[in-house]
Design a protein around this ligand. Structure first.
Ligand code: CO
Length: 505
């Protein structure tokens, strides 16, 4: 048993290190790579992915897992183990059994078709013409169905795909949660839209020098407890966080001198992801447990910092004077309260990535419902743009004028990522639920935040969430931290108490 456990850790360690090497190649590609080296990089990544695949499907790994009591079908683990050892066996078994079910030919076909589809999607978006992309989306859906059938599922194909992003969660759980709160969210959005309060946020849209934004962002990151000896902040087209080593967690953002929100809230968001990855305990380092337990939980960490903390009144009480010192000109005559309201303005819009924290989840629920219908054949690709526009009209009260600002705006489907979208909204929900407990457990949280003492938040998150990595799955962790499983009422209550004040409802 001891030897098998040691062997499992060794095999897992190699896999994890290879993933980090691949992440370094990816980070470089998004930041500093010379344009001409793009083909080199694609080949390098493909070599690494090939080695990774053979390591993950190594029959020796399968044997070790079985000897340790793992059932490779049910993924149950028999035997007396610590929580960490059991999770290590179970999570490795999950990855192993998924990978051995997928033939190399399918994986290669998927890589090829998605790379063609992504290029077509870029073109279609530029020309705002869905018909250029639709045959490729059709093909991608067929491949995803094929993949789901090979992987197996309990209730519906979506389960098999969702598992890549939100391990162990079932589609029906999401349906239950989303259907519960979609209606409530819609009425709340309607209430805000029809409120008499109008908020002026014009001062956020000019005169924010990029270098100064970075300096201010670094100050916030330092206060959050992000470590620049174990990380970096760079610029990329789309902000991201990547793990290159246990002591090398890098984040990126993008700056727009005519939109204050883009750079700084991007930094706080990615900083939240980064702190999660920086906070894994020594015990799980070097194993595949040193990962976020699900994308939804990962996103809860970024959203908690970005929205719940970073868009709160006490936070800006501490940081607004500092911000004003950086940007006296655009903020001339602006009060902390005006600024607080401006960064919390709610406006139904067509574009997901620009959405405020109230309407954001609605963009996600719409996408989830549509992609689930596409996958199970209830909705045809031809009918998708109409269905999309109808949903936006019904739930956000606005309709896209063209495909580019409608159905073509996100890259996910072109990359074969069906099942990814719900994790963004789950992040919002988990964040609000976690915050509810945090507020009860951290003494005088608001006064600490008003002093700029963000460390109290990090310390609490480290103790209750970060250190565990993937020892507990999302649902177990949620219950352990908050005392109950995912409950969207926390998010609704959070929104109501905050925006009642912002919009004088
Ligand atoms: Co994120």
């Amino acid at each position: 048993m001891q030897n098998n456990m040691k062997k499992l850790k060794e095999l897992g360690h190699e896999i994890h290190r290879l993933e980090q090497i691949s992440a370094l190649l990816g980070w470089d590609q998004e930041t500093y790579i010379p344009k001409g080296a793009v083909n080199d990089r694609a080949e390098q990544q493909s070599v690494i992915q090939g080695i990774l695949h053979s390591k993950i499907t190594n029959p020796e790994l399968g044997k070790v897992l079985k000897d340790l009591g793992a059932d490779l079908n049910s993924l149950n683990v028999n035997g007396n183990y610590s929580d960490a050892d059991r999770a290590l066996i179970k999570n490795t078994a999950r990855i192993y059994s998924k990978n051995v079910k997928l033939p190399k030919s399918l994986v290669e076909r998927e890589a090829k078709e998605t790379s063609i589809a992504q290029a077509k999607w870029v073109e279609a978006r530029k020309k705002s013409d869905f018909s250029l992309f639709s045959p490729h989306l059709d093909l991608i859906l067929q491949l995803q169905r094929e993949k789901a059938d090979l992987l197996g599922y309990e209730d519906e194909r979506y389960d098999a795909l969702l598992d890549d992003y939100e391990p162990w969660m079932k589609t029906k759980e999401i349906v239950e949660v989303f259907s519960k709160f979609q209606g409530k969210l819609k009425s709340f959005i309607d209430r805000i839209v029809s409120s008499k309060t109008s908020i002026d946020d014009s001062f956020l849209y000019k005169g924010y020098d990029n270098e100064k934004q970075k300096a201010f962002g670094v100050e916030i990151l330092n206060s959050m407890g992000y470590s620049f000896t174990r990380g970096r902040l760079d610029v990329s087209a789309h902000p991201f966080t990547t793990t290159i080593g246990y002591d090398d967690i890098r984040i990126t953002t993008r700056y727009n001198k005519n939109n204050f929100k883009t750079g700084i809230f991007g930094i706080i968001h990615e900083g939240g992801h980064g702190l999660y990855e920086l906070g894994f305990s020594e015990e799980i380092r070097g194993t595949i447990l040193a990962e976020g337990t699900s994308m939804g939980i990962h996103e809860s960490q970024s959203r908690l910092w970005e929205n719940v903390i970073g868009r709160s009144k006490p936070f800006w009480k501490a940081f607004f004077p500092k911000l004003k010192a950086f940007f006296p000109e655009p903020l001339n005559g602006v009060s902390p309260d005006q600024f607080y309201r401006a960064v919390n303005i709610v406006k139904p819009s067509l574009i997901r990535v620009e959405a405020d924290e109230v309407t954001y989840s609605m963009h996600i629920i719409i996408r989830f419902n549509l992609e689930r219908k596409l996958l199970n054949g209830e909705l045809s690709v031809d009918m998708l743009p109409d269905a999309w526009n109808r949903e936006y009209g019904e739930y956000l009260g606005i309709e896209p004028e063209n495909d580019a600002e409608g159905v073509l705006q996100d890259i996910h489907w072109s990359g074969g990522m069906i099942g990814y979208f719900p994790t963004y909204a789950l992040g919002n929900l988990y964040a609000a639920q976690i915050y509810d407990t945090l507020k009860k457990e951290v003494k005088d949280l608001d006064s600490e935040l008003e002093e700029g003492n963000l460390k109290v938040v990090l310390d609490w998150l480290r103790k209750h969430i970060h250190r565990y990595g993937s020892i507990y799955n999302a649902s177990e962790l949620c219950k352990k931290v908050t005392g109950e499983t995912l409950n969207p009422d926390y998010f609704m209550n959070y929104l109501e108490s905050k925006y009642k004040q912002v919009y004088d409802l």
